[in-house]
Design a protein around this ligand. Structure first.
Ligand code: ADP
Ligand code: MG
Length: 391
């Protein structure tokens, strides 16, 4: 029976994870802490999750033999990134419980479907996506409303950390940028006057019970998440309630099982716009490992195993700082150095997480630090000190 719980520390305690990145690694840690075992399907050798997993199947995400081996060894399956082929998840669903489902993941794989979903639910949520146009062919460009400039051209699929995005001020710039993408389907979004950005992390169990975490406030640099602060210093009680309720409505609408993170923009006039969603734990939810009763990864484990979700209560104010590969390099040089972790770890509120990636590269997520302190001010202050140490 697909709805009966999968028990840890039993013969059937193997969980299947598609993807081997840091999200998979943190999932493995939480799964093992709960007494589960994990098999990771990941083509790369020595990936962050494969290092931690009980079993690593080294195969591509659509490899029939690899998927069969995964299917044979696990009773439930999840993924750590949205670009897993939907057909792979559908295959795993033939023999086991897949959370989130292929149908839910496929919405989040495509900005066009995602925006259509948000728009369809807007009568219930009261929140719309940014004004946008869908660009499939060069002729579509000529029909773009002048009101969408200045705008951001985004590839409909496979974008992350600001990749696949070009800012365009005019139709001319749009033509050039679109041509450079060589026929990839895109979305042109109006550039909005953001006051700040927030995300809402929700989880929903197989029994339909859902939980919502506090609002996380996110600062991005060069399109990549830089810090997450919880509680959000800026969000009003109204906007918090509105976005949390919207997240709960969205997750229920598609009968989603698992962890989902929804990004929102709060504009300078106070209005709220929904940006995108991730069908998995999210970088802005890493703080839950150190600052909440139940982390987003533990919820992912519980949801796929059809166990009750845990308490989302936050017990300490916190700031999460992402560690990019840049801190391994001095200023603009290519000379690699060791970041001064001993100084970071001397900060009393710093919880350091490194993902075990063999090679540091600029703009590559290598780890994060969560600062959890008695007051948000102290956490923020120590985050600033860590930034100064890491240079
Ligand atoms: P990704 O998939 O790379 O996270 P996003 O759509 O979330 O792509 O965009 C990355 C960042 O770019 C956002 O967090 C925000 O800071 C900025 N951004 C994206 N779209 C807009 C927009 N329409 N107006 C203003 N800023 C935007
Ligand atoms: Mg984003």
């Amino acid at each position: 029976n697909n709805n009966s719980p999968q028990f840890p520390n039993s013969k059937a305690s193997m969980l299947g994870m598609v993807g081997g990145g840091q999200l998979g690694r943190m999932f493995v840690h939480e799964a093992q802490a709960l007494g589960f075992k994990v098999t990771v399907l990941e083509p790369e050798a020595g990936s962050p999750a494969a290092h931690a997993a009980d079993v690593h199947i080294q195969a591509t995400y659509d490899d029939a033999a690899g998927l069969q081996q995964l299917a044979d060894s696990c009773a439930s399956f999840t993924t750590e990134f949205e670009n897993v082929p939907a057909a792979s998840l559908a295959k795993l669903a033939e023999t086991g419980f897949v959370a989130p489902s292929a149908a839910c993941v496929s919405i989040a794989q495509d900005r066009i479907e995602e925006k259509a979903f948000f728009t369809r639910c807007a009568p219930q949520t009261g929140i719309l996506p940014a004004p946008h146009a869908i660009l499939r062919t060069a002729t579509d460009l000529e029909n773009v409303s002048a009101d969408l400039f200045p705008g951001i051209l985004k590839t409909a699929r496979m974008g992350y950390d600001g990749k696949g995005q070009v800012r365009v001020k005019s139709l001319d710039e749009l033509r050039t940028a679109f041509a450079n993408l060589k026929g990839v389907v895109c979305v042109l979004e109006k550039m909005l006057p953001l006051a700040y950005e927030i995300s809402v992390l929700v989880a929903r169990g197989a029994d339909g019970q859902a939980v919502v975490y506090p609002i996380a406030e996110n600062v991005h640099r060069d399109g990549i998440l830089f810090t997450t602060t919880v509680p959000s210093p800026h969000v009003s009680a109204d906007a918090a309630l509105k976005t949390q309720n919207a997240a709960l409505k969205l997750i229920a609408d598609i009968n989603y099982v698992g962890v989902l993170c929804i990004e929102f923009f709060v504009l300078q006039d106070g209005s709220v716009v929904v940006n995108e969603m991730a069908p998995r734990p999210h970088n802005s939810g890493h703080y839950t490992i150190d600052a909440c009763v139940t982390s987003q990864f533990a919820q992912q484990v519980r949801a796929m195993a059809r166990l009750p979700l845990g308490d989302v209560r936050q017990h300490s104010p916190c700031v999460m700082l992402n560690i990019l590969g840049d801190v391994w390099f001095e200023n603009d040089s290519n000379i690699e150095r060791q970041p001064e972790w001993h100084k970071v770890l001397a900060l009393p509120s710093a919880h350091l997480h490194l993902y075990g990636k063999a090679e540091a590269r600029r703009a590559r997520k290598m780890g994060h630090i969560t600062f959890i302190a008695p007051t948000l001010e102290q956490a923020q202050d120590e985050m600033q000190q860590a930034c100064a140490i890491l240079g």
